[in-house]
Design a protein around this ligand. Structure first.
Ligand code: TMP
Ligand code: MG
Length: 213
């Protein structure tokens, strides 16, 4: 049986990831592709609840500690993600380890640079495709609901966007696509479908899921 694919959405807060994730999930299920939708942080687990409290300003965490909690929140889902992929289900995830690296590194804590941030992520399943929805911090801030959570501040989001660009430049590039999220919802959706179809058709079903190295 063909294995499922691992497809990840990334971008700044309010870049439209959640909407587009849902649209892609219903598009693929409409085509008969078994698909599962996840998001990180997964706020439903005990670790996810600690993260949620921190993001909503109800608790404080030392920078390294919250970083490791975000990472642990991915590791606790690995067995389930791997089981789905093996069973032929495509897993679509709203945020993954790229967010894990760049949001922590954007804090400018001298002992929390991008390399340090990436280490706990090594060994996680590597996405077959990362769809990066690119938007400026200014445009994101003008969208509804912005500013409610801890990281929704313009200076931090500007650094996050720069760090996403740094990661894209150092990644081997093969599985990372950038989509202009300032376009209409439909144009963004169309671009996402196009890249997803290309990814699905080019992956050899016998090729195992890779790991982040
Ligand atoms: P959300 O807006 O997608 O629910 O994500 C909540 C915030 O958490 C968002 O500002 C990005 C941030 N974040 C991290 O700092 N590290 C992570 O590993 C993840 C997944 C998200
Ligand atoms: Mg958010």
């Amino acid at each position: 049986m063909a294995r499922g694919k691992l497809i990840v959405f990334e971008g700044l807060d309010r870049s439209g990831k959640s909407t587009q994730c849902e649209r892609l999930v219903s598009y693929l299920s409409g085509r008969g592709v078994p698909v599962k939708h996840r998001r990180f942080p997964d706020r439903t687990t005990p670790i996810g609840q600690m993260i949620n409290n921190y993001l909503q300003g109800q608790s404080e965490q030392e920078d390294h500690v919250i970083h490791l909690l975000f990472s642990a929140n991915r590791w606790e889902a690995v067995a389930s993600i791997e089981a789905d992929i093996k069973a032929g289900t495509t897993v679509i995830i709203d945020r993954y380890y790229y967010s894990g690296c760049v949001y922590s590194a954007a804090k400018n804590n001298p002992s929390l640079d991008l390399a340090w941030c990436r280490h706990p992520e090594e060994g996680l399943p590597r996405p077959d495709l990362c769809l990066f929805l690119d938007i400026s911090a200014e445009d994101a801030a003008s969208r509804g609901g912005w500013g409610e959570e801890r990281y929704e501040k313009k200076e931090l989001q500007n650094r996050v966007r720069q760090l996403f660009a740094d990661i894209r430049a150092t990644d081997d590039g093969s599985d990372f696509v950038t989509i202009d999220a300032g376009q209409s919802l439909e144009d963004v959706e169309y671009a996402i479908r196009h890249h997803t179809e290309t990814c699905i058709s080019k992956i050899d079903d016998t090729s195992p899921l890779r790991r982040i190295q």
